[in-house]
Write a protein that binds this ligand. Structure first.
Ligand SMILES: [Zn+2]
Length: 363
C-alpha cells in the first residue's frame, strides 16, 4: 500500500515537472495564430529586457518608427545573430512590455493603401472621392469602422508607444551626430593625407556598430587593404582625367576617400560650392572613377603577385556603353600592356565600367 502511495507521488512529480518544462520552453512561432498564442503565454516580467541600454534592441526598434508588420521578421536570421534570440521573441517581449503597441487603423490603411485604391473603395461605397489621403481614410472609417477594421486585420502592425518614441528618437539623433563627427574627422585626416589616422577613426567607429560585430561582418567588410587603396587614390590619376587641374584633383581625392569609407553615393555636400572638375563627367562620376581606378590598380597588383600574365576586359554592352568601351570589351591583354581602367577613351556618361578579369592558364 505504502509502495503504491510512493509510486503515486513519483508519478505526480514527474507529470508536474513535465508540464512546467513544456511551458518554459519558447519556440520560434511560425504562424500568425501561433505567434499570438505565444504572446499570451510569455510572462512579461520574465521577458524584461534592458532595451534602453542595448544598441541591438534600439536598432530593432528603429524599424518600427512608422509601424511595421511583425511577420517581416519571421525569417530574419540576420537579426537573430545580433539579438542572440529570434527577433520574433524579442518583439513579443516588446509587445508584452508595452514598448511596441498596435498601430491605429488609420496608420494601417495609410501604410498599405494608395490614394487610387482608397478612391476605388470610396466609389464602391458611394462616397465622395475628393480630398487628401488622410481625409479619404477618415471618410472610409467614418462610414463603417468595423468593416475597415476587418479588411485590414491581416496586417499585424506595431509601432512605438509614446515614451519609447522619445528615447528611440534621441538614440537616432545621437547616432547621427556620432557619424557626422566621425566623417568630419576622417575628412580632415584625408585632407592631410594621414591615412593611418583616417583608417583608425573609421575602424573605431565601426567597432561600435552592432551589425559589424557579428559573423556577417565579412559581408560588409569587403574593402581589403585600406592603406593601399588610399595610396592609389591619392597617387594615381586615371589617364581619362589628365585635363583636371592638380588643385582640383586634391578635392576629388578627399571625396573619393569618403566615398570609399562611407559608401556615399554623392559627394555634393563635401565639395566646395560651384566646384567644376574640368572633365565632361559629373563630380560624383569622377570620384567613382577615381575609386574604380584605385581598386583596379590594386587588382592588377594582386594578379601580378600571383604570377598571372594576362587579363581579359569584362565590359558591359548596354545602351549606356560608349563605342570605345564596346571596342575593347572581351579583348585580352598582357597585364603590362593593359590599358588603365577607367579606359582613357571612354565617353560613357555614367563612367567607364570595364573591368580587368584575370586569365588563369592551367595548360
Ligand atoms: Zn565608355
Amino acid at each position: 500500500m505504502f509502495l503504491l502511495f510512493l509510486l503515486g507521488i513519483l508519478f505526480f512529480a514527474y507529470w508536474y515537472w513535465k508540464k512546467n518544462t513544456k511551458l518554459k520552453s519558447i519556440e520560434i512561432p511560425t504562424s500568425k495564430k501561433e505567434f499570438n498564442d505565444k504572446a499570451k503565454t510569455i510572462n512579461p516580467l520574465k521577458a524584461e529586457i534592458d532595451w534602453k541600454h542595448s544598441k541591438a534592441h534600439l536598432e530593432l526598434l528603429k524599424d518600427f518608427h512608422f509601424g511595421r508588420d511583425i511577420r517581416d521578421y519571421q525569417n530574419a536570421n540576420y537579426w537573430k545573430a545580433i539579438l542572440k534570440e529570434s527577433p520574433l521573441i524579442t518583439i513579443n517581449k516588446f509587445i508584452s512590455q508595452g514598448v511596441l503597441i498596435p498601430t491605429t487603423l488609420n496608420k494601417k490603411i495609410e501604410f498599405h493603401s494608395t490614394v487610387n485604391e482608397l478612391k476605388i473603395m470610396l466609389r464602391e461605397r458611394g462616397l465622395k472621392i475628393s480630398g487628401r489621403k488622410n481625409e479619404l481614410i477618415a471618410r472610409l472609417i467614418e462610414n463603417n469602422e468595423q468593416e475597415m477594421d476587418d479588411l485590414y486585420r491581416i496586417y499585424e502592425m506595431y509601432s512605438w508607444s509614446e515614451d519609447v518614441s522619445i528615447i528611440v528618437q534621441n538614440y537616432i539623433e545621437e547616432q547621427k551626430n556620432i557619424k557626422q563627427t566621425t566623417k568630419n574627422s576622417v575628412k580632415k585626416f584625408l585632407e592631410k593625407k594621414d591615412f593611418k589616422q583616417a583608417i583608425k577613426t573609421v575602424l573605431e567607429y565601426e567597432s561600435q556598430d552592432v551589425f559589424l560585430q557579428e559573423p556577417n561582418k565579412s559581408m560588409f567588410n569587403i574593402r581589403g587593404d585600406e592603406e593601399e587603396i588610399l595610396s592609389f587614390i591619392f597617387e594615381a590619376i586615371p589617364p581619362i582625367f589628365n585635363n583636371i587641374q592638380l588643385n582640383d584633383i586634391h578635392f576629388i581625392r578627399v571625396c573619393t576617400g569618403m566615398m570609399y569609407f562611407f559608401g556615399e553615393n554623392t559627394v555634393r555636400k563635401l565639395l566646395p560650392k560651384d566646384f567644376i572638375n574640368g572633365s565632361h563627367f559629373s563630380n560624383d562620376v569622377v570620384c567613382r572613377m577615381f575609386l574604380f581606378n584605385a581598386r583596379n590598380l590594386q587588382k592588377l597588383k594582386e594578379y601580378k603577385k600571383f604570377g598571372l600574365k594576362e587579363i581579359k576586359v569584362l565590359g558591359t554592352n548596354d545602351d549606356l556603353t560608349c563605342s570605345e568601351c564596346k571596342k575593347i570589351s572581351g579583348k585580352t591583354y598582357l597585364i603590362d600592356n593593359a590599358p588603365q581602367f577607367p579606359y582613357h577613351a571612354c565617353t560613357c556618361e555614367m563612367g567607364c565600367r570595364c573591368e580587368p578579369l584575370p586569365i588563369t592558364d592551367y595548360r
